[in-house]
Design a protein around this ligand. Structure first.
Ligand code: NAD
Ligand code: UDP
Length: 323
């Protein structure tokens, strides 16, 4: 039976990953300090003999023998990662170092969760893995963006200098059940505002865009990626002209303005009496974002299947039951 460690396992994506790998028969250890995660996300897994929870901070070294490590520990919402920016950078940078040290000692395969934020406020559109990004090193988002960039550099250096089997994913805006109600990200904000009749807080003029992926599509992409043996993964990447460490965009290329997103959510909750109000745009908020997923399509034969509307309906249902 494969043994896996998921750091950030009580968070939004980590809890879906844990459930999915348990269903596949893996032995799952979930490590989390509940900085943004929640016991409720994993409460149904407690008591499963193949599931272990480790209350631990990823910035402090840890031990164990695992075949695979999924490194997800880091707050992902700008509200939370800006709350204590130094802690955010440490979670990313010390976290990946601790993961890499353990993986090197025990020869574990690593999946590292990077982000579309490493492209910053992009000057190329859509963003391919080859784009180096446009990131402010001194802004309010820098603690997240730059520490995620540094983490990718560590992945690359451990790959080249220690021969580690490390695979990086750059996740684009992902949503679904288990996002915290007060997480601060746009979809959970808008749905909860619409359900409770509060004003929908649109930042800026709402013309900035994002491309939203439902969480099940992400999990399927991760499984396909981790399922490839190292030799065939590297050969497929070389055939596509990618000669670096494995790095993949995983996201849904269907792009929408944030204003249209607010209108769509109101359409899906027709009895809402919320109004849309316009607030200031946060500093360095990226103006547009859309993944180029050609590489993932070619090497994984992967495509997101769940439309924004279908994903929103599932997430609205989750928050209705949650409230
Ligand atoms: P989340 O905030 O729900 O989950 C993060 C988890 O990490 C939480 O359970 C939190 O308690 C835990 N954590 C944070 N700091 C920790 C520390 N120092 N020690 C131990 N645990 C710690 O966010 P998410 O959306 O599930 O994101 C998971 C990963 O995916 C993150 O690394 C994030 O950067 C990345 N990502 C997510 C998205 C997205 O749209 N959801 C997009 C890009 C990248
Ligand atoms: N946003 C908004 N209202 C909110 C929360 C977010 O208009 O209540 C906007 C935000 O300014 C950004 C977009 O929605 O342009 C996506 O924000 P989120 O924090 O979800 O993701 P990120 O900016 O990190 O991609």
């Amino acid at each position: 039976m494969k043994k896996v460690l998921i750091t950030g396992g009580a968070g939004f994506i980590g809890s879906h990953m844990s459930r999915n790998l348990l269903e596949k028969g893996y032995e799952v250890t979930s490590l989390d300090n509940f900085y943004t995660g929640n016991k409720r996300n994993i409460s149904d897994l407690i008591g499963n003999p193949n599931f272990t929870f480790l209350m631990h901070d990823v910035t402090i070294p840890f031990d164990g023998y695992f075949d695979e490590i999924y490194n997800l520990a880091c707050p992902a919402s700008s509200l939370h990662y800006q709350r204590d920016p130094i802690k955010t950078s440490k979670s990313s940078v010390l976290g990946i170092l601790n993961v890499m040290d353990l993986a090197t000692k025990t020869n574990a395969k690593v999946l590292h969760a990077s982000t579309s934020e490493i492209y910053g406020d992009p000057l190329e559109h859509p963003q391919t893995e080859r784009y180096w990004g446009n990131v402010n090193i001194l802004g309010p988002r820098s603690c997240y963006d730059e520490s995620k960039r540094m983490a990718e550099t560590f992945c690359s250096d451990y790959f080249h200098h220690h021969g580690l089997d490390v695979r990086v994913i750059r996740i684009f805006n992902t949503f679904g059940p288990n996002i915290e109600k007060n997480d601060g990200r746009v979809i959970s904000n808008f749905i909860n505002q619409a359900l409770s009749g509060e004003d929908i807080t649109l930042y800026g003029d709402g013309m900035q865009t994002r491309s939203f992926q439902y969480v099940d599509d992400l999990i399927e992409g991760i499984n396909g990626y981790m399922g490839l043996d190292q030799g065939s993964l590297n050969n497929s990447l070389k055939n596509e002209g990618w000669f670096n460490i494995p790095v993949l965009n995983l996201g849904n290329p269907s792009e929408i303005s944030i204003k249209s997103l607010a209108e769509k959510i109101l359409d899906l909750i027709p009895d809402s009496n919320s109004d849309i109000i316009f607030n200031g745009l946060p500093k360095d908020d990226p103006k547009k974002r859309r993944p180029d997923i050609t590489l993932a399509q070619k090497i994984l034969n992967w495509n997101p299947k769940i439309s924004l509307e279908e994903g929103l309906q599932k997430t609205i249902q989750y928050f209705k039951e949650f409230n």
